[in-house]
Design a protein. Sequence first.
Length: 274
Amino acid sequence: MRYLAKLLKDMLSGDPWKKIDPELKFKSQLMSILGIKELSRLGVIMSLYEVFDHAFFKSEQKWLKLSEERKLEEFVVFIEGFADVLEEQKLSKDAVITCKIMTKVKSGMNIFPKPKWYGKLPASLKPIDDGIIHEVENFRKENYLTDELMFMAIGTTKWAVRKIQKYILEQFKETSPHLTEKELWVSVIYSRLQVKLASCVSENVGLHESDPFVKPLSEQEIYSLIENLDKIISKFKTFEDVIKYIIEIDEKENRFHDGTGLHSKLSELLENSS
């Protein structure tokens, strides 16, 4: 698979690509570039491409608007995603993995390997739409961010705050079915304030806030909010009001500081998956 990825990269960067008649169909372009020496691999490459094209056609309509060259670039990324699966570069193994991929597509399964940052996300932030994952991964690469940085950045977005509160609400519904709607809301806010309170305790023993721009609430401020939860909740009409309130607290602590603008762009991408 690494061989196929390298081959396609060479195709994109080499002179043969520039000389190909744009009127030719994609398969003819591949044949023209590969030549007779690589004909033995053409079937495998085309099978993979057809699977790739089919998967995108089903999940992303804008795929149809991309140029063939752009599709090839995306195809290279797709191929590289499977490179770690194979240690050797034998045609037989290429063919085996192709069959496995095609079987997954026919059964409606997702064929794209998830990025490392996605695997690090907690259950409260999953699932994320495959199309959004693809866009976020492209965003990560374009901005030269490591998987660790991307994982951390996602966890500090407003999108993550919303997603986590909804997840916690569902958890409380399962574990405490006897609670009324507003009692559930109180529980969600209380759990959030408890996390902030734990952070205050950590600071008191020498474990300081890692983000220098964040100004955490004091213990006194947090206890004051806890004491007035019933009064605060009485003004809310929907759970969206609860989420808005929690985000306002985070904004007061400056937890969404975005000096580069990347944080806002990332949050916008993720919001489309909600």
